[in-house]
Design a protein around this ligand. Structure first.
Ligand SMILES: [Zn+2]
Length: 410
């Protein structure tokens, strides 16, 4: 066992364009798993979000086609800076900063042939073209466009003969597909099509010394369960050493595979960044006095209740909140919300999730409407509906009533 204050170590075993295999040491199991989940669900990419079907005489129904289009990975390099969420944009509906238009226009005129409609036939409409979605809105001088790579928003592998295109539909003579698509920035917490990863997995304790796994076997578990490759990295268990029930895993064998929208390296970096941001917001939220004159104070008061209040729902302001927080913050001040979520009243969980799926009154984590964690319910300001932790009325952590796009979902 390593000492618990040892520095985390990352050792890259294999790095390819779309996959990376590395060993992560001296971190907690919970950290390794948070890292995995953040890479899967919290890194923004671009994906087709709206489809306008002009003609569809193929054998597949419109919905089917729309779904298949949504699942096509689009080049999303530096998506964080190169594109805005529509909800954060200054435009009315969509513009070149928050939307990319793609068109597909294919018809088969040849007899006795089956034509394949593939992702390579999707054409990105240049934003400066008159009449395109990108041009009708005012230009507010954003820097996003300058940060885009040349093929930003294009289907992956479009210009690469070594990458086989993605089949959308097959057509025969007389059949046609003509659609207009709007691609948007999003994260996989809202829809899996925005995930940059096709798979993220990790293994720890390949010898099962910690006994976190119970093997099913006929006669002999060791003979019937061959060891993984990672077992070579660790000492085999010795029969003369007693079982250490206090032992914790410290070494994690991680494998990240992307769908091509982002490179593996970018996914890992962005994943760490995102996790850091989340933890920074948590620390900020637990600070006794939130900074003045910023977005954290917006949305005061109403609704209340996500994580606030005492477990018994009492509103006695003489009591401290459950988590040892100093007494009253400004009543109703929403200590949790990071600035970018503060705008939308219906904010989903923790700022990073899209507001439009946040649901009406959903007071998730970091919703501007939520009362601060553990703070007293603040007299009458945030009373009423404010249920405590574990109360069925609460909309927060672990509550069955939670419908928002929060941490517990998906
Ligand atoms: Zn816009």
């Amino acid at each position: 066992m390593q000492s618990s204050d040892a520095e985390p170590i990352v050792r890259i075993r294999d790095l390819k364009k779309n996959s990376v295999n590395f060993v992560l040491e001296n971190v907690d199991l919970s950290f390794a798993n948070s890292f995995r989940r953040v890479m899967i669900a919290d890194i923004p990419t671009v994906a087709i979000d709206m489809v306008e079907i002009e003609t569809n005489t193929t054998v597949l129904p419109d919905e089917f086609i729309a779904h298949r289009l949504g699942m096509i990975p689009l080049v999303s390099t530096m998506c964080d800076e190169a594109m805005r969420y529509t909800r954060d944009c200054t435009c009315e509906v969509r513009c070149q900063y928050c939307a990319i238009e793609l068109q597909l226009n294919v018809a088969c005129h040849e007899a006795n042939t089956t034509m394949h409609i593939t992702s390579n036939m999707l054409e990105v409409v240049p934003t400066n073209k008159p009449g395109s979605y990108g041009s009708y809105d005012t230009d507010d001088g954003g820097e996003e466009l300058a940060k885009r790579v040349e093929n930003f928003g294009h289907p992956i592998g479009k210009d690469d003969p070594d990458v086989p295109p993605i089949l959308i539909c097959k057509i025969r003579m007389g059949q046609e597909l003509r659609v207009r698509c709007i691609a948007k920035k999003g994260i996989a917490k809202e829809h899996a099509k925005w995930s940059p990863c096709s798979a993220v997995a990790f293994e720890y304790d390949p010898h099962n010394k910690l006994r976190h796994t119970s093997y099913w076997y006929e006669y002999d578990a060791r003979a019937e369960w061959p060891l993984s490759e990672n077992a070579k990295e660790e000492d085999p268990p010795r029969d003369d050493v007693p079982f250490d029930y206090n032992a914790k895993p410290t070494k994690f064998y991680m494998e990240v595979e992307t769908d091509g929208s982002l490179g593996a390296q970018e996914v890992v970096h962005k994943g760490l960044q995102e996790l850091q941001t989340k933890l920074a917001n948590l620390i900020l939220g637990l600070k006794p006095e939130p900074p003045e004159n910023d977005a954290f104070q917006s949305g005061a008061g109403a609704g209340g209740g996500a994580l606030g209040g005492q477990p018994n729902g009492a509103h006695d302001s003489s009591q401290l909140g459950g988590w040892g927080m100093p007494p009253p913050m400004a009543s109703g001040g929403s200590a949790w919300s990071p600035p970018r979520a503060a705008g939308g009243a219906a904010g989903g969980a923790w700022g990073s999730s899209p507001a439009r799926t946040g649901g009406g009154g959903g007071g998730g984590w970091g919703s501007p409407a939520a009362a601060p964690w553990g703070a007293p319910a603040g007299g009458s300001a945030a009373s009423g509906s404010s249920g405590g932790w574990g109360s069925p009325a609460a909309q927060g952590w672990g509550s069955p009533a939670q419908q928002t796009n929060g941490w517990n979902v998906g």
